[in-house]
Design a protein around this ligand. Sequence first.
Ligand code: ADP
Ligand code: S3P
Ligand code: MG
Length: 236
Amino acid sequence: MRRYKKNKVKSPSVRLRYPLTKSISLVGLMGSGKTTVGVRLARKLGVAFVDSDAEIEVAAGHTVSEIFEKFGEDDFRNGERKVIDRLISDKPMVLGTGGGAFMDRDTRKNLKDRTITVWLKANIDLLVERTSRRDTRPLLRAGNPEKILRDLAKKRYPIYGQADITVETGVGPHEKVVNDIIAKLNDYLAAEKHQQDPNGPRNTPQKVRQKHTRRYPPKKVRPQRSPVEKSPGKEA
Ligand SMILES: Nc1ncnc2c1ncn2[C@@H]1O[C@H](COP(=O)(O)OP(=O)(O)O)[C@@H](O)[C@H]1O
Ligand SMILES: O=C(O)C1=C[C@@H](OP(=O)(O)O)[C@@H](O)[C@H](O)C1
Ligand SMILES: [Mg+2]
């Protein structure tokens, strides 16, 4: 009880001022908060949250670790590409991607074309600490997690930098990151609106509430033979 109160740091609440016509996809390294911040962001925006890792697990009937172990990373990436393509065809939502998804050229193009991409950027020491809490990330088991994360950052940061919006996340609570994302989304959507209609009003505040359509986390894992979905549109 005491801990909850202590952690309940109030930061000024920010509201989305524009209707959401596209999904928001969160990209970034493992531990940056794509899943846990994503759930809270979706709740605040009144839209559904989906996590591509969780959806792949449902479609494959295996955990991410099992998929890497039994079928290899390439199979995982194939499944990830198809699942993300399916998810972003749905109505606007918040999508938490896996850290490697945006590195795939097709997935990146798909996310860039059809969603607002947000890079959650955190310093590596923080990511090392956060990812050490759970042993669910196969890539970090292959050696020293800190070195692996630093090497991945070198390779991935120039690509994550192609996202529409970058939000730095520090030691503050999840809600602070949610507010920072919404503030940047307001700027982004205002600029987009202005571009479409340069003579229109700069700000048209609107209350945005969209219904949850999808449950998070998904109810159960449905067994299936291979994580690679046979053809687009056929996956669970
Ligand atoms: N802004 C934050 N403040 C506090 N803890 C955080 C924050 N972002 C992530 N975490 C914690 O870090 C861990 C990993 O977060 P997660 O959302 O699973 O990251 P990702 O999906 O990007 O790998 C979780 O324990 C989560 O609660
Ligand atoms: O960075 C990556 O390549 C991966 C990140 C993981 O997701 P999180 O970023 O949510 O941990 C998961 O998709 C898989 O272990 C591979
Ligand atoms: Mg995640």
